[in-house]
Write a protein that binds this ligand. Sequence first.
Ligand code: SF4
Ligand code: SF4
Length: 403
Amino acid sequence: MPAGHAGRRWNVVHLHNFSVDQCLKCSTCNTVCPVYAVNEKYPGPKFLGPETARLKKSKPVAHAAADYCTGCRQCELVCPNGVPITHLAQEAKNWGKKQKGIPLRDWILGHNQWVSSLASRVAPLTNLVLGLKLVRRLGERTLGLKNRPFPTYHRPFSFRHKGVRNAERKVAFFTGCYGRYNGTGVAQSVVSVLEKCGVEVVVPPQKCCGVPMLSNGLIEEAKNNAVFNLKVLHELVEQGFQVVTSCPSCALSLKHDYALHFNLPQAAQVAAHVYDISEFLWHHGLLQEQELKPLKKRFFYHQPCHTKAQGMGSPAKDLLSLIPELELAVREQKCCGQAGTYGFKKEKYDTSWAIASPLFQDVAACRVEGIVTECGMCSLQLAHGTGKNVFHPMEILDQSLKG
Ligand code: SF4
Ligand code: SF4
């Protein structure tokens, strides 16, 4: 196994080397921004990124619309000159929050780990309460949380070591909050697939990756979590572990954001050992067609924006294509509009829904029995908009994988 895999993905842009003159004003970023496409008040990535940064040279600039950036990174993916647009838009967003203060709702959504930890301890009750129309209406009126479906909570994922020890390949599984409190079946499938492939798995102590905090202006808290996660993961990397995660946003934080936003000393070394779970299996050739049982089903595959942003191709689709008799309907990949906590916010819900509508139409046109996607929040939005069951690729692979 390679000691690391730096260089097989995008270049991390170091902000201290960045000059606003890097922006060529080509507007390519605006053409792919899902918010710019549906919300006429949104000035777009070119303005919120490099142009606002240029104005900021004399004094910080806040723009109310910056709060409408979903952080999807599609602008950065297409920029021909490596402008760190999302980071610049995030700075404009942070400055606005600093001036106005962080609303209670955003503070709650940002502290997703605390909330989920409490909610999952009394999971049946939480799900019952969150399902009550009266509670949802109250949440909308008092907090500004949209009256819409919320994630289902389960008892926290608990890992018991049953597989191989001292294997040639060993991984630390970063479950993320979704895998730990909501998608516990996904976390179980990840462990099951890895163990069937003869990989040793450990699940280290971990804190929320920080994406919900960053999205809601809680920068210091996000940095504290990054410091904790890097310390734990760095020790494991030194012992020869690779890091895998089943959540695209966690993967992006660990691979990219800890180095970009916080400039922490261990960030680059850890990042070189982080894999999306499908990327890990595909990259190391751990699954072969003959090990997979036929699955006579037809699914729609949705690639989350944060999976695309990792610049690693479509390893989940590649793996699923190995399953005999499984049909995958794949269309042009579109944003689902949920963007973590964004789609729960009352004032952003219409934008979120407008972004998602073409994707919902694609699913309806494909006549599938379910949807496969890597992201827990995309799953929630897709189930909400299409009424279909949504699965993580590892759940499907686990069903098909013999052993
Ligand atoms: S794509 Fe890049 S270079 Fe072109 S306008 Fe946007 S930020 Fe500037
Ligand atoms: S991150 Fe996404 S929503 Fe934000 S400016 Fe870029 S493309 Fe638009």
